[in-house]
Design a protein around this ligand. Sequence first.
Ligand code: IMP
Length: 193
Amino acid sequence: MIDINEIYFVTSNDHKIEEANRILSQFGIKLKKSNIKKIEIQSNSLEKIVKYSLLYAIKKLNNEIIVEDSGLFIEKLNGFPGPFSSYVYKKLGCNGILKLMKEISDRRALFKCVVGYCSPNIKPVIFHGICYGNISYEIRGSHGFGFDPIFIPDNSNGLTFSELSPEEKDKFSHRGIAFRKFGLWYINNIAKP
Ligand code: IMP
């Protein structure tokens, strides 16, 4: 029988838990939602945000924890919305981004994900994932969350994240890349035998 390693995930975003658990199931890891609030400092660096949140959360929860921060960075908008993606999504949504991009033909963008892990005995360890692509000209697809309907990852035959199946999104996505790196590291360094 395979032991399942359970780790707290400090997030209020159920989509992220679902995606992370889909990716981590192959490593025998299950994330469970922690009821601690994720504290986010204002910073341009996702890494700094994750490290601060980890150190705050570990004081409250004397256990293994994961924190994740992610964002959409649009080249011609100088990286906007970046670390403010969650706020901008709530205020402007996908339509707001499409409006901002109306006159812009260079649609290069990337999603970045930073995953942080720590435990009472282990100092924060950070894993990165980047997914390159383009912003679409219209909203397309029904899967996923956030900016998925307007992001076309490279090598997806022009389909947005929302038009891909969840498992296909995982293959390309920033979250898929970062959590697979974490999963590999965890089974090689931490997992119970
Ligand atoms: P935060 O990491 O909780 O600060 O939120 C990042 C925000 O970026 C989310 O609320 C989404 O709007 C957006 N985002 C991050 N990852 C994804 C993704 O995989 N698909 C679509 N939008 C995403």
